[in-house]
Ligand binder design. Structure first.
Ligand SMILES: N[C@@H](CCC(=O)N[C@@H](CS)C(=O)NCC(=O)O)C(=O)O
Length: 267
């Protein structure tokens, strides 16, 4: 039995949900409410002391780190392979994920926190938010969250985070070469599943103008192809209802003028 502890809007969780769906595996859903701090409670910390989703349980094993979970699924369940066949393409897939984790994951978290999480957290009593911040085990995460909570889109972390998205978009466009390309090898692979949540997130928080059809036609073609895969239904669409969609849109519209200014001045 596979059990996934995850959050609908966590990019790392979505990577694993995409892999599960592409491999057509059944799994038990354990939703973790990050805004309410469920990942900071003892039960969850026993599964992952870093207080991060996703966590997969399988046959009594507890696994964390989204890429390692995906590779585990690939090796434990041979159907619908997601790693390319050629060693050089497998290398490229791992390289893509590594690059995304090192260069983009934090930046994506910063923009998401500023645009979506912060306004929702600020509706709660200050002592509740303070307690949530205090419970974060990693001091550097506590520090940047406190800064973004205080300053919003004016926080010093924002500019750098947008530049990193810009570099990501340029790197993908260069790699995809033509309108039929994939990130690692001749077909859709774990590399593409690792990248999709970040492209979607950038799009959803209002960074769409970093990837225009004029400047990033191959990325746009890849994105449309990825969005039309059946795995999108099970991994994302089923978690989004009309109320949530409309709330997110309001938050993105509110952030848009400032975000656009930051995009125009980013390199
Ligand atoms: N390297 C980890 C990163 C996991 C991670 O950062 N998860 C985020 C959600 S995408 C999280 O749980 N954040 C906790 C929080 O928001 O406090 C992985 O790939 O699994």
């Amino acid at each position: 039995m596979l059990t996934l502890h995850h959050s609908p809007f966590s990019v790392a969780s979505q990577k694993v949900r995409l892999a599960l769906a592409e491999k057509q595996l059944d799994w038990d859903d354990r939703l973790v409410d990050l805004l309410a701090g469920q990942h900071l409670q003892e039960d969850f910390l026993r599964l992952n002391p870093r207080a991060e989703v996703p966590v997969l349980e399988h046959d009594g094993h507890v696994l964390n780190e989204s890429w390692f979970i995906c590779e585990y699924l690939e090796e434990a369940f041979l159907q619908h392979p997601l790693m390319p066949a050629a060693p050089v393409h497998r290398y490229a897939a791992r390289q893509w994920n590594h690059w995304i984790e090192r260069e983009l994951h934090h930046a994506s978290g910063v923009v998401t926190y500023a645009v979506l999480a912060r306004p929702l957290l600020l509706q709660q009593p200050p002592e509740v938010v303070e307690a949530l911040l205090k419970a974060i085990p990693d001091a550097s995460v506590r520090a940047w969250r406190a800064s973004v909570l205080e300053h919003g889109l004016d926080a010093p972390q924002l500019k750098e985070s947008i530049s990193r998205h810009h570099a990501f978009v340029r790197r993908m466009e260069k790699q995809l070469v033509d309108a039929h390309g994939w990130l690692a090898g001749p077909a859709c692979s774990l590399a593409d599943l690792a990248a999709l949540p970040y492209v979607m997130r950038a799009d959803h928080v209002g960074l769409g103008s970093l990837m225009t059809f004029e400047e990033s036609p191959n990325l746009r073609s890849w994105y449309l192809r990825m969005l039309s895969r059946p795995s999108m239904q099970a991994s994302f669409v089923r978690y989004v209802d009309a109320d949530l969609q409309s709330l997110m849109t309001q938050l993105v519209v509110a952030a848009h003028p400032k975000l656009e200014q930051l995009i125009q001045t980013s390199d």
